[in-house]
Design a protein around this ligand. Sequence first.
Ligand code: ZN
Length: 304
Amino acid sequence: MPIPKAALSERIKRGVFLLDGAVGTQLIAGGIDVGTCNDYLNVDSPDIVSDVHRAYLQAGSDAVTTNTFGANKYALARHGLADEVVGINEAGARIARQAATDQRYVLGDIGPTGDFLEPLGRLKADELRDAFARQAESLLAGGADGLLIETMTALDEMTIAVEAAKSAGAGVPVLASMCFDKAGESFRTMMGVGLEDAAEKLVSLGVDAIGFNCGTATLDEYVVLAENLVSAVRELSDDVIVFAEPNAGKPQQVEGEVLYKVSPDEFVAAAESILSVGVSMIGGCCGTSPAHIEAVAKRIRKTA
Ligand SMILES: [Zn+2]
Protein backbone atom coordinates (compact mmCIF):
# COMPACT_ATOMS: atom_id res chain seq x y z
CA MET A 1 0.00 0.00 0.00
CA PRO A 2 1.34 3.48 -0.77
CA ILE A 3 2.40 5.54 2.24
CA PRO A 4 -0.23 8.24 2.81
CA LYS A 5 1.13 11.70 2.16
CA ALA A 6 1.54 13.86 5.27
CA ALA A 7 -0.16 17.25 5.33
CA LEU A 8 2.29 19.91 4.17
CA SER A 9 2.03 21.66 7.54
CA GLU A 10 3.32 18.47 9.21
CA ARG A 11 5.90 17.54 6.61
CA ILE A 12 7.74 20.86 6.75
CA LYS A 13 8.34 20.39 10.47
CA ARG A 14 10.01 17.04 9.85
CA GLY A 15 13.61 17.47 8.77
CA VAL A 16 14.99 19.31 5.79
CA PHE A 17 12.50 20.23 3.08
CA LEU A 18 13.89 20.91 -0.38
CA LEU A 19 12.19 23.56 -2.48
CA ASP A 20 12.82 24.06 -6.19
CA GLY A 21 15.01 26.54 -8.01
CA ALA A 22 14.15 29.39 -10.33
CA VAL A 23 11.23 29.08 -12.69
CA GLY A 24 11.56 32.43 -14.52
CA THR A 25 15.23 32.14 -15.43
CA GLN A 26 14.65 28.49 -16.43
CA LEU A 27 11.90 29.55 -18.84
CA ILE A 28 14.27 32.14 -20.32
CA ALA A 29 17.02 29.50 -20.53
CA GLY A 30 14.46 27.32 -22.33
CA GLY A 31 14.01 29.95 -25.03
CA ILE A 32 11.14 32.10 -23.74
CA ASP A 33 11.85 35.76 -24.56
CA VAL A 34 12.54 38.21 -21.76
CA GLY A 35 9.46 40.43 -21.49
CA THR A 36 6.99 37.64 -22.32
CA CYS A 37 4.23 37.21 -19.75
CA ASN A 38 5.64 34.03 -18.18
CA ASP A 39 2.46 33.48 -16.20
CA TYR A 40 0.35 33.28 -19.35
CA LEU A 41 2.39 30.26 -20.47
CA ASN A 42 0.25 28.29 -17.99
CA VAL A 43 -2.66 28.81 -20.38
CA ASP A 44 -0.79 29.13 -23.64
CA SER A 45 2.04 26.57 -23.43
CA PRO A 46 1.49 24.37 -20.37
CA ASP A 47 4.04 21.78 -21.56
CA ILE A 48 6.92 24.25 -21.27
CA VAL A 49 5.95 24.99 -17.67
CA SER A 50 5.41 21.34 -16.88
CA ASP A 51 8.89 20.50 -18.16
CA VAL A 52 10.43 22.96 -15.68
CA HIS A 53 8.47 21.39 -12.77
CA ARG A 54 9.39 17.86 -13.84
CA ALA A 55 13.06 18.76 -14.06
CA TYR A 56 13.00 19.99 -10.45
CA LEU A 57 11.08 16.95 -9.21
CA GLN A 58 13.56 14.71 -10.97
CA ALA A 59 16.36 16.69 -9.31
CA GLY A 60 14.85 15.86 -5.90
CA SER A 61 12.68 18.83 -4.87
CA ASP A 62 10.07 18.03 -2.24
CA ALA A 63 7.86 20.77 -3.65
CA VAL A 64 7.46 22.73 -6.84
CA THR A 65 6.40 26.36 -6.99
CA THR A 66 3.70 27.36 -9.45
CA ASN A 67 4.55 29.60 -12.39
CA THR A 68 2.37 32.41 -11.04
CA PHE A 69 4.89 34.87 -9.61
CA GLY A 70 3.39 37.76 -11.59
CA ALA A 71 -0.20 36.49 -11.70
CA ASN A 72 -1.79 39.15 -9.53
CA LYS A 73 -4.11 41.57 -11.33
CA TYR A 74 -1.69 44.51 -11.17
CA ALA A 75 1.28 42.70 -12.69
CA LEU A 76 -0.95 41.01 -15.29
CA ALA A 77 -2.44 44.40 -16.23
CA ARG A 78 0.97 45.38 -17.64
CA HIS A 79 0.43 42.63 -20.23
CA GLY A 80 -3.25 43.50 -20.75
CA LEU A 81 -4.26 40.34 -18.87
CA ALA A 82 -5.86 41.74 -15.70
CA ASP A 83 -9.04 39.76 -16.36
CA GLU A 84 -7.21 36.43 -16.56
CA VAL A 85 -6.22 36.10 -12.89
CA VAL A 86 -8.41 33.09 -12.12
CA GLY A 87 -7.60 31.15 -15.28
CA ILE A 88 -3.84 31.72 -15.12
CA ASN A 89 -3.53 30.79 -11.44
CA GLU A 90 -5.81 27.75 -11.61
CA ALA A 91 -3.95 26.50 -14.67
CA GLY A 92 -0.59 27.13 -12.98
CA ALA A 93 -1.58 25.11 -9.93
CA ARG A 94 -3.06 22.31 -12.04
CA ILE A 95 0.11 21.94 -14.12
CA ALA A 96 2.25 21.73 -10.98
CA ARG A 97 -0.22 19.34 -9.33
CA GLN A 98 -0.12 16.98 -12.29
CA ALA A 99 3.67 16.95 -12.20
CA ALA A 100 3.96 16.58 -8.41
CA THR A 101 2.77 13.05 -7.77
CA ASP A 102 3.35 10.73 -4.79
CA GLN A 103 5.02 12.49 -1.83
CA ARG A 104 5.61 15.85 -3.53
CA TYR A 105 3.89 19.13 -2.81
CA VAL A 106 2.73 22.19 -4.71
CA LEU A 107 3.31 25.72 -3.43
CA GLY A 108 1.16 28.39 -5.00
CA ASP A 109 3.49 31.27 -5.77
CA ILE A 110 2.47 34.87 -5.03
CA GLY A 111 4.83 37.73 -5.92
CA PRO A 112 4.68 41.49 -5.44
CA THR A 113 2.48 43.80 -7.51
CA GLY A 114 5.33 46.07 -8.60
CA ASP A 115 3.52 49.10 -7.15
CA PHE A 116 3.23 50.58 -3.65
CA LEU A 117 0.38 51.22 -1.30
CA GLU A 118 -0.97 54.74 -0.93
CA PRO A 119 0.31 57.34 -0.29
CA LEU A 120 3.64 56.20 -1.74
CA GLY A 121 2.00 54.47 -4.70
CA ARG A 122 -1.41 53.92 -6.20
CA LEU A 123 -2.49 50.73 -4.44
CA LYS A 124 -5.53 50.89 -2.18
CA ALA A 125 -5.39 48.43 0.73
CA ASP A 126 -8.87 46.98 0.18
CA GLU A 127 -8.36 46.42 -3.52
CA LEU A 128 -4.95 44.90 -2.89
CA ARG A 129 -6.40 42.51 -0.33
CA ASP A 130 -9.11 41.43 -2.78
CA ALA A 131 -6.53 40.97 -5.53
CA PHE A 132 -4.26 38.73 -3.44
CA ALA A 133 -7.25 36.81 -2.10
CA ARG A 134 -8.45 36.14 -5.65
CA GLN A 135 -5.02 34.85 -6.64
CA ALA A 136 -4.70 32.68 -3.51
CA GLU A 137 -8.18 31.18 -3.92
CA SER A 138 -7.45 30.33 -7.56
CA LEU A 139 -4.16 28.65 -6.66
CA LEU A 140 -5.87 26.53 -4.02
CA ALA A 141 -8.73 25.71 -6.38
CA GLY A 142 -6.12 24.43 -8.86
CA GLY A 143 -4.64 22.10 -6.24
CA ALA A 144 -1.89 23.95 -4.36
CA ASP A 145 -1.02 22.49 -0.92
CA GLY A 146 0.29 25.77 0.46
CA LEU A 147 1.05 29.36 -0.50
CA LEU A 148 4.48 30.93 -0.93
CA ILE A 149 4.56 34.72 -0.88
CA GLU A 150 7.99 35.87 -2.04
CA THR A 151 10.31 38.66 -3.17
CA MET A 152 8.40 41.21 -1.09
CA THR A 153 10.22 44.40 -0.11
CA ALA A 154 7.41 46.38 1.59
CA LEU A 155 6.02 45.16 4.89
CA ASP A 156 2.56 46.66 4.32
CA GLU A 157 2.15 44.82 1.01
CA MET A 158 3.49 41.61 2.59
CA THR A 159 1.06 41.97 5.51
CA ILE A 160 -1.93 42.28 3.19
CA ALA A 161 -0.74 39.36 1.08
CA VAL A 162 -0.41 37.14 4.18
CA GLU A 163 -3.82 38.14 5.49
CA ALA A 164 -5.38 37.47 2.10
CA ALA A 165 -3.62 34.10 1.81
CA LYS A 166 -4.77 33.06 5.27
CA SER A 167 -8.34 34.09 4.55
CA ALA A 168 -8.34 32.17 1.26
CA GLY A 169 -7.44 28.83 2.78
CA ALA A 170 -8.13 28.00 6.41
CA GLY A 171 -5.22 26.02 7.80
CA VAL A 172 -3.24 26.03 4.56
CA PRO A 173 0.47 26.68 5.25
CA VAL A 174 1.61 30.17 4.36
CA LEU A 175 5.32 30.77 3.71
CA ALA A 176 6.45 34.39 3.60
CA SER A 177 9.73 35.52 2.09
CA MET A 178 11.25 38.96 1.69
CA CYS A 179 14.09 40.14 -0.49
CA PHE A 180 16.93 41.41 1.72
CA ASP A 181 20.12 43.09 0.57
CA LYS A 182 23.29 43.87 2.45
CA ALA A 183 23.04 47.35 4.01
CA GLY A 184 26.20 48.22 5.89
CA GLU A 185 26.59 45.65 8.64
CA SER A 186 22.97 44.47 8.49
CA PHE A 187 20.40 43.42 5.90
CA ARG A 188 17.40 45.41 4.70
CA THR A 189 14.87 45.22 1.92
CA MET A 190 14.85 47.89 -0.78
CA MET A 191 12.06 49.55 1.23
CA GLY A 192 14.19 49.61 4.37
CA VAL A 193 12.63 46.70 6.27
CA GLY A 194 15.10 45.05 8.66
CA LEU A 195 15.14 41.40 9.73
CA GLU A 196 13.79 42.05 13.24
CA ASP A 197 10.84 44.10 11.97
CA ALA A 198 10.00 41.53 9.31
CA ALA A 199 10.23 38.65 11.81
CA GLU A 200 8.12 40.44 14.40
CA LYS A 201 5.34 41.26 11.94
CA LEU A 202 5.31 37.88 10.22
CA VAL A 203 5.36 35.87 13.46
CA SER A 204 2.46 37.99 14.74
CA LEU A 205 0.53 37.24 11.54
CA GLY A 206 0.88 33.52 12.21
CA VAL A 207 2.80 32.42 9.11
CA ASP A 208 4.23 28.89 9.09
CA ALA A 209 7.60 29.88 7.70
CA ILE A 210 9.66 33.04 7.25
CA GLY A 211 12.34 33.26 4.63
CA PHE A 212 14.50 35.27 2.31
CA ASN A 213 14.85 35.00 -1.44
CA CYS A 214 16.48 36.74 -4.36
CA GLY A 215 18.49 39.92 -3.76
CA THR A 216 22.00 41.01 -4.58
CA ALA A 217 24.04 39.27 -1.88
CA THR A 218 27.02 37.01 -2.42
CA LEU A 219 26.75 33.42 -1.23
CA ASP A 220 28.87 34.23 1.84
CA GLU A 221 26.52 37.09 2.67
CA TYR A 222 23.50 34.80 2.29
CA VAL A 223 24.97 32.56 4.99
CA VAL A 224 25.24 35.52 7.38
CA LEU A 225 21.72 36.60 6.40
CA ALA A 226 20.43 33.11 7.22
CA GLU A 227 22.13 33.16 10.61
CA ASN A 228 20.72 36.60 11.43
CA LEU A 229 17.21 35.72 10.28
CA VAL A 230 17.22 32.52 12.34
CA SER A 231 18.22 34.52 15.46
CA ALA A 232 15.54 37.13 14.78
CA VAL A 233 12.82 34.50 14.39
CA ARG A 234 14.01 32.34 17.32
CA GLU A 235 13.79 35.38 19.65
CA LEU A 236 10.06 35.25 18.99
CA SER A 237 9.10 31.67 18.22
CA ASP A 238 10.38 28.11 18.41
CA ASP A 239 7.84 26.84 15.89
CA VAL A 240 8.07 29.11 12.89
CA ILE A 241 10.31 27.57 10.24
CA VAL A 242 13.04 29.61 8.59
CA PHE A 243 13.65 29.10 4.88
CA ALA A 244 16.09 30.34 2.27
CA GLU A 245 16.04 30.72 -1.49
CA PRO A 246 19.31 32.42 -2.43
CA ASN A 247 20.16 33.32 -6.00
CA ALA A 248 23.01 31.54 -7.74
CA GLY A 249 25.29 34.26 -6.40
CA LYS A 250 25.39 37.95 -7.04
CA PRO A 251 23.83 39.02 -10.36
CA GLN A 252 26.39 40.21 -12.92
CA GLN A 253 25.71 42.42 -15.93
CA VAL A 254 27.45 40.98 -18.99
CA GLU A 255 26.76 42.65 -22.35
CA GLY A 256 23.30 43.77 -21.26
CA GLU A 257 22.40 40.36 -19.88
CA VAL A 258 22.04 39.50 -16.19
CA LEU A 259 24.03 36.39 -15.37
CA TYR A 260 24.31 34.26 -12.24
CA LYS A 261 27.54 32.39 -12.28
CA VAL A 262 27.64 30.22 -9.18
CA SER A 263 28.12 26.55 -9.98
CA PRO A 264 26.10 23.75 -8.36
CA ASP A 265 29.14 22.79 -6.22
CA GLU A 266 29.59 26.30 -4.86
CA PHE A 267 25.84 26.51 -4.26
CA VAL A 268 25.83 23.26 -2.26
CA ALA A 269 28.60 24.51 0.00
CA ALA A 270 26.57 27.64 0.81
CA ALA A 271 23.38 25.59 1.21
CA GLU A 272 25.09 23.36 3.76
CA SER A 273 26.24 26.37 5.76
CA ILE A 274 22.75 27.86 5.59
CA LEU A 275 21.20 24.62 6.83
CA SER A 276 23.76 24.35 9.62
CA VAL A 277 22.60 27.63 11.20
CA GLY A 278 19.01 26.49 11.65
CA VAL A 279 17.30 26.92 8.29
CA SER A 280 15.26 23.81 7.49
CA MET A 281 13.78 24.61 4.11
CA ILE A 282 15.99 25.50 1.19
CA GLY A 283 15.69 26.14 -2.53
CA GLY A 284 17.02 28.64 -4.99
CA CYS A 285 15.98 31.86 -6.66
CA CYS A 286 17.29 33.54 -9.82
CA GLY A 287 19.90 31.63 -11.76
CA THR A 288 19.46 28.35 -9.89
CA SER A 289 18.70 25.38 -12.10
CA PRO A 290 17.77 21.73 -11.61
CA ALA A 291 21.53 21.01 -11.46
CA HIS A 292 21.88 23.25 -8.39
CA ILE A 293 18.90 21.60 -6.68
CA GLU A 294 20.08 18.10 -7.56
CA ALA A 295 23.48 18.82 -6.04
CA VAL A 296 21.80 19.94 -2.80
CA ALA A 297 19.45 16.91 -2.81
CA LYS A 298 22.39 14.52 -3.15
CA ARG A 299 24.26 16.15 -0.30
CA ILE A 300 21.40 16.38 2.19
CA ARG A 301 20.03 12.91 1.49
CA LYS A 302 23.41 11.28 1.80
CA THR A 303 23.68 12.51 5.36
CA ALA A 304 19.97 12.10 6.19
ZN1 ZN B 1 15.18 35.84 -7.73
